[in-house]
Structures are given as structure tokens and as C-alpha cells.
Design a binder for this molecule. Structure first.
Ligand SMILES: [Zn+2]
Length: 633
């Protein structure tokens, strides 16, 4: 529908208005007007608000029947200036319901290189059964539309008001639930498993985009108190801090955990010879045990449970790093080191990890992130395992701490995260062929993925993306690398990106907030950059057109920018020195060279003859035609 609307507008407007459109690549982006909520400097203003949601959940997992049932209290704080006559919730277990969009469309997985995005339920057709929805003991009117539900309140919740909803529910855990929950025999991984509040914000009101698969989440912050009851032989890992270790862990395990907290290397909490032997690993073997967890300042809660986990732990600056895996996952003996190293790297580079622990779980879910938790595959090889562990961990920074909206803007978390992951992988494997080449990976993918006519701009919604691997992950990572290394330089980029993370930690930034904050902090207008990289599929073609000698003291180097994208550039100029020798110099040319149009003349002063010129000599930019980058041709 949108392209048709656009053509009509142009057709009507042209005969009536005779004016020169501002087609400069440096024209301002049409961003929403700044306000007291979101300032022109890209920061939360004095009027900034966001909702708060606190959850109390008691859930029981019955592996004999594969069912999870729960009772849940949602305490919803309306901090908006608006009275709310109804509330929207996400019922994400319904992604596998028979009538869900996902099941009806039944699409094959998206596969790009080694990445598989399977958002199907692999034949399972079952959703959540809500057995009661009440407030103050009275049933609430509610309507379910697939993965979202509207609850109508008896009277509007006023600004500043708080209400408590009570829900009871159950569902059969599918073996494979769209890549976010599932079980492999007795190993359960549960993400997106309980009814939860949709975000109400100042930008869109209710954000009730359905859960189809692509576009993982956008959630409110709050506290969780969760009690998980499982058979006594099971070990549970979860978001939040364990509240009752005396009940659910053995004395030996508690002593080992205390040692792990200050250990640089992994301590076996459950060793290879103990895994699966409840007589050694569990305080009791009969009946069930309830594990209690508490988490603050998180936007979600996940857990995993299995009877045969190996469990390693180490510590970094008081943060416990846990890895849980089945004995046959032999690569995972290095997993704890990989995760610990990444916690340290991201914390020191960008923003200190703010939670008490991180737990990475080996199992059937092929890489998924939740606060303080990640689900990761067994891993076919060391480099793949390190990548997926560090990538899912990197999501702790985006979107778990910096709570952007992934239903709409995957580039702000998958993309920013891939960007920080690349440098971390290079650091972990430094000195190896993989470590020394991984950072140029996104640039090398450009040719195969930035296909004219089919490539979509980054701003496309994930459910509309035909190449999510490129537009959600690799291209935004390339964009951030170029911004850091080619446009701003590390000394300007790094503090600005840190400031973005610090400023928007536990809040909801929009793209405009990000653009404005980076401009404000770095001192560089970047609208031209975001236009090319996020709002269009502009291509870059910089050229050296000619080299002309003017008199005996000036040589003109004629450059052009032949496509829609503008970028700064490095120019390599080789001049003839005395006795046939030659000197080569590198000239960094700022993007301002294109201010007056797509042609720029760079003047070399001096009597020496210019022998050769190359624009972007190190081939750092995605220039679509390198045959014109060099003079003489
Ligand atoms: Zn990811």
C-alpha cells in the first residue's frame, strides 16, 4: 500500500508546486519533534516516563506430561499521563496455537549462511489455556487475538494508578516452540512462557505488534518473584538470584559456588561424574522442590530445568558466570571461559554488566537471550560455540539493559550486538586466522547481500524482512564499524556509544533518540549517514576522475561521488621525489568534501609530479565499483 500512496502524492504535488526540493544528502532527517519527554539532545527529558510492571509467578513443570502451569500476579503501575481503559498483554505461547499467524502461514525457516531462523512450531499446534483472569477476585472481561489479549478494566486506570491482575494458565510445552522454548527429553528451556504486559509508551501508545517469530520482543522493566516447582531430581537455572539455596542445593554445591565467585577459572558445581546422579547432586531425590528467584530491573524472565546438567561456575568482579550443559556436550568445557571473557570484554569496553549472574544453557534452542540467561546450541565447533555464546550474552546490553523495540527495530539490538561481538571474537581468537579476519566479515558479505532491487532498508520491520541476517545483523554491524573507524574515529565514537548505553539503560530509546544522542555527544552531524544506511539502500561509488597539473606548483585531483551514498574517504597520493624515488602520503578527507555536490577537487601543493592516486586504498568502504578508484586507471 505504501508505494502506491507515495506515487499519488508525487503525481498530485508536481503540477501545483514549482519548487526546488532539497535533495542534498546533508538535508536534515525528518525526525519526530523533540519534547519534554525526549529531548533534542537524544536524552530522556524532564517529562520522560515509562510504565513499571512487577510479576509474582508460581509455576509447576510436570515433565511426565510435558505441561507447565502457573499462577501469576501482575502489578501494573501507570506512570503515563493517560488514563487507561484497557490493558494489552502478550500471550506468546499462542505462537503455536492452531489458528496462530505462524501456524497458518507455515513458512520454511530462513537460512542465511550458517544461521537458521526457524520461527515455526515444527508441527505442534497448541496454545495457552487461561483458566482465570481476575482483579480483586472478580473476573475481568478479556479478548484474545492470537498472541495478544486485551483486558477491559471496570473503570480506567488513572495516571499514577496501580492495579493488580491475577491470571491462572497452563500449556503443553512444545518440543520446539518457534526457537524460543522447547524441550529435548527432560531438558526444558522456557522463554516467552507466561502472559506479560505489552509496552505502553509515548511514541505509539500500546505496542501490541503480534508475535509471529521474527521480531523478538519489546517489554517493560520491573521486578520478578518467581517460584518454580520441579521434580526433586531436576536442577533449575533462571533469571534472578536464587533465594533458597539452603533448600535446593547441597552443602557441597553451596561451598563450591562460594569458591567459584572469586575464581578466574571454572569450578565444577556439578562435575562430569556427578551429572545425572541425584544421590550426589540433589538434597533429596523424592517428591518435588520449589526453586525461588528474585530479579530487579529486568524486562523478562526465563528458566531451564534438567536432571542431568553439568554445571560450571566462575566469577568476575563479583558476577557469577554459570554454564549448564549435558555431559555429551563436550565442547562446553570451554564455554565458561568464553562467557566470562565476553562479560569482561563488553563490561570494560562499553557498560558494566549490571546483574549478579549470567547463566548460559546448552540445549535444543539455537541461540536465544533473556535477562541473565542465554539458551545456546551444543555447537559444531569451537568458533561457532564462542560466537553464539558471546552473541546471546551481548544481548544483555541490547536489548536487556537498553530496552529498545525489537518488534520494529532489530538493527538496534541484533545489529548493535553483532557489532560488539565482532570485536570480542577478534579479541578472544587474537593471533589466529579466524580472529584476525572476523571483523571484516560484514564488509565481505556486502556484495552478496546488498543486491540492488531486492535489498531492503534497515528500517524495515523484521516480519517484512526477506534477508534478516543482512538487515537485522550484518549490515547494521558494518554500519557501526564504519561509523567507528571511518567516520568518527574511536576517540569520538566510543564515548558517544557508551553514553547512549548509560543514558538509556533500563529505558526505551527510539531511533531518533539514538541519532540525536550520537550527534550531541560526538559533535558531528550524522543525518546523512543514517539516511544512507538506515532509511535507504543507497550505494557508494567514489572515484578518482582525473589528475591535472596547474602550473608548476599545484596538482588538482578530481574526485567524484557517483552514487547516492556519501562517505568520507582516505586518499593515497604518491608523488615523485628526487632521484626517481617516490613518497606516498595518506590524506583523510572528511565527508564535507561533498557539501557543494558530487565533485570535489583536492589540491596538492608542491612541484613534485603526482604519479598515482587511490581513493579508499585499504578497501574499507563498500564501494560498488573499484575500477574507478585508482589513477592512472
Ligand atoms: Zn541475537
Amino acid at each position: 500500500m505504501r508505494p502506491v500512496l507515495f506515487l499519488l502524492t508525487v503525481a498530485v504535488a508536481q503540477p501545483l508546486v514549482a519548487q526546488v526540493a532539497d535533495s542534498s544528502p546533508f538535508r536534515p532527517l525528518p525526525l519526530p519533534a523533540p519534547s519534554s519527554v525526549r529531548t533534542g539532545a537524544g536524552r530522556p527529558g524532564v517529562g520522560y516516563w515509562q510504565q513499571r510492571v512487577d510479576y509474582r509467578i508460581a509455576a509447576t513443570l510436570d515433565p511426565a506430561t510435558g505441561t507447565l502451569r502457573g499462577q501469576e500476579t501482575i502489578r501494573y503501575h501507570n506512570r503515563s499521563p493517560d488514563p487507561l481503559p484497557y490493558l494489552w498483554l502478550q500471550l506468546e505461547q499462542n505462537i503455536c496455537a492452531p489458528e496462530s499467524v505462524t501456524n497458518l502461514l507455515d513458512q520454511p525457516p530462513l537460512v542465511f549462511l550458517g544461521s537458521v531462523f526457524d520461527f515455526s512450531c515444527k508441527g505442534t499446534a497448541g496454545g495457552v489455556e487461561l483458566t482465570s483472569v481476575t482483579r480483586l477476585g472478580r473476573p475481568l472481561a478479556h479478548t484474545i487475538y492470537g498472541t495478544i489479549m486485551r483486558i477491559d478494566l471496570p473503570r480506567p486506570l488513572p495516571p499514577g494508578g496501580v492495579t493488580e491482575l491475577a491470571l491462572s494458565w497452563s500449556f503443553a510445552v512444545p518440543p520446539y516452540g518457534a526457537g524460543r522454548m522447547g524441550h529435548d527429553g527432560d531438558l526444558y528451556e522456557l522463554g516467552q512462557w507466561y502472559p506479560r504486559m505489552a509496552v505502553y509508551d509515548d511514541v505509539s501508545g500500546w505496542n501490541h505488534e503480534p508475535y509471529i517469530g521474527a521480531g523478538e520482543f519489546y517489554l517493560e522493566y520491573g521486578a520478578f518473584d518467581v517460584a518454580i516447582t520441579v521434580p526433586a531430581r531436576f536442577v533449575v537455572a533462571a533469571t534472578g538470584v536464587l533465594q533458597n539455596p539452603l533448600t535446593v542445593l547441597t552443602a557441597r554445591q553451596r561451598a563450591r559456588l562460594a569458591r567459584a565467585r572469586t575464581s578466574d577459572t571454572a569450578v565444577a558445581i556439578i562435575g562430569a561424574g556427578e551429572a545425572g546422579n541425584p544421590g550426589q547432586t540433589r538434597p533429596t531425590e523424592a517428591g518435588s522442590l520449589t526453586w525461588r528467584f528474585h530479579a530487579d530491573s529486568v524486562r523478562d524472565f526465563a528458566f531451564a530445568a534438567a536432571p542431568n546438567f553439568r554445571w560450571d561456575a566462575s566469577g568476575w568482579k563479583g558476577i557469577l558466570v554459570h554454564t549448564f550443559y549435558r555431559p555429551e556436550a563436550t565442547l562446553w568445557t570451554e564455554a565458561n571461559r568464553m562467557v566470562r571473557e565476553a562479560v569482561r570484554y563488553y563490561s570494560q569496553q562499553w557498560y558494566h554488566y549490571p546483574y549478579a549472574h549470567i547463566s548460559s544453557i546448552e540445549g535444543p534452542i539455537e541461540g536465544m537471550e533473556y535477562p541473565m540467561m542465554t539458551f545456546d546450541p551444543t555447537g559444531p565447533a569451537q568458533i561457532d560455540l564462542q560466537w553464539v555464546l558471546a552473541h546471546e550474552l551481548g544481548h544483555q546490553w541490547m536489548p536487556m539493559v537498553v530496552g529498545s523495540n525489537e518488534r520494529l527495530y532489530p538493527w538496534m539490538d541484533e545489529g548493535f550486538n553483532t557489532f560488539i561481538d565482532l570485536a570480542n571474537a577478534a579479541n578472544y581468537f587474537v593471533g589466529t586466522a579466524y580472529g584476525d579476519s572476523i571483523e571484516v566479515h560484514p564488509l565481505h558479505l556486502y556484495h552478496d547481500h546488498a543486491i540492488p532491487g531486492t535489498e531492503q532498508p534497515l528500517i524495515s520491520r523484521p516480519v517484512e524482512s526477506t534477508d534478516l541476517f543482512w538487515t537485522g545483523y550484518q549490515k547494521p554491524a558494518l554500519m557501526m564499524q564504519l561509523l567507528r573507524h571511518e567516520v568518527l574515529g574511536r576517540d569520538r565514537f566510543d564515548p558517544a556509544f557508551r553514553e547512549y548505553l548509560r543514558t538509556w539503560a533500563f529505558k526505551h530509546p527510539t531511533p531518533a533518540d539514538f541519532f540525536r544522542l550520537l550527534r550531541d555527544q560526538s559533535g558531528q552531524d550524522l543525518d546523512w549517514f543514517w539516511r544512507s544506511w538506515i532509511y535507504s539502500t543507497a550505494r557508494l561509488d567514489q572515484a578518482v576522475d582525473s589528475v591535472v597539473s596547474r602550473g608548476d606548483s599545484v596538482t588538482e585531483i578530481h574526485l567524484s561521488s557517483r552514487r547516492e551514498m556519501v562517505m568520507p574517504a582516505t586518499l593515497s597520493v604518491e608523488v615523485e621525489a628526487a632521484e626517481g624515488a617516490h613518497n606516498s602520503t595518506r590524506v583523510p578527507l572528511p565527508v564535507d568534501m561533498w557539501n557543494l555536490g558530487p565533485r570535489f577537487v583536492y589540491r596538492v601543493r608542491g612541484r613534485e609530479r603526482v604519479r598515482a592516486v587511490v581513493i579508499d586504498p585499504d578497501e574499507n568502504l563498500p564501494d560498488v565499483d573499484r575500477s574507478n578508484n585508482r589513477w592512472p586507471r
